[in-house]
Design a protein around this ligand. Structure first.
Ligand SMILES: [Zn+2]
Length: 253
């Protein structure tokens, strides 16, 4: 089937790459909040060291002091978790809405807002993205509470807990990026497939060479042709492969 499209392969690659660039720029807001919260936790720790008795960097507290500090940290962590969930959800939601709208616009598909919402709110591997955000943040909170408890009980020293907090936030950042890129890939793909089906496309081609981040496994299916019903969805989020129309009918530059 002859399909005329008004973009080049290079323009399409740049379009897809641009979606990820924009996504990562938008996530900076989330990471600024992470940093703010992490710094506040570290400040609270520093304050405790000044206020209470420590021996060789290890806490030595009475029972009531322990409960007091534990409660203080639990409240802080609950507050930070709530804010991080809220902001991450709102930033990822706008990234996905924009991704779907821009994909439709790029391919020239006349979309309705219902179609945009339907794609954004679709589950991926049985879970909605907001469920994943909550689950990730709760894990981080549980981990931080556990480390604080150990520190208060004198089981770990101050340098260890500082290190734990830094590493947790680093891991949380990676989790947010992976989640956002996975959902971006899912949304872009669903928008593309809706467009492709609307113009009667039956076969799609896989593109896996956005840049050097593609792994060998993903690269091995580059240029492979699939029936549209068997189109691969995202295999590895960071490889960022995508489906496209057979290039033979295209206007090449
Ligand atoms: Zn891969």
């Amino acid at each position: 089937m002859e399909t005329k499209v008004n973009f080049t392969q290079q323009e399409e690659i740049e379009f897809i790459r641009g979606l990820y660039t924009k996504c990562n720029e938008d996530l900076d807001k989330v990471f600024m909040l992470h940093k703010e919260n992490k710094d506040k936790l570290l400040q609270e720790l520093a304050l405790i060291l000044l206020l209470y008795k420590i021996n060789n960097n290890v806490m030595n507290l009475s029972y009531s002091e322990k409960s007091e500090i534990k409660e203080k940290f639990e409240k802080l962590i609950v507050k930070f978790t709530g804010r991080q969930v809220k902001l991450t959800d709102s930033v990822i939601t706008s990234i996905l809405i924009l991704t779907v709208k821009n994909t439709f616009k790029f391919y020239g598909y006349k979309y309705t807002l219902e179609e945009v919402k339907d794609i954004v709110n679709r589950k991926y591997k049985g879970k909605f993205y907001n469920e994943r955000i909550i689950r990730n943040e709760n894990k981080v909170a549980a981990y931080l509470n556990d480390k604080v408890q150990r520190f208060i009980n004198g089981n770990i020293d101050v340098n260890t807990i500082k290190d734990n907090i830094e590493k947790t936030y680093k891991q949380n950042k990676d989790n947010v990026i992976t989640l956002a890129e996975t959902e971006l890939s899912r949304s872009e793909n669903l928008a593309f497939l809706l467009f492709a089906k609307s113009i009667g496309i039956v076969e799609i081609i896989r593109n896996e060479v956005l840049d050097s981040r593609t792994c060998d496994e993903c690269e091995s299916i580059h240029n492979e042709v699939f029936n549209i019903e068997d189109a691969p969805d995202e295999i590895h989020p960071c490889c960022r492969g995508f489906n496209t129309i057979l290039y033979s009918d295209r206007v090449e530059d």
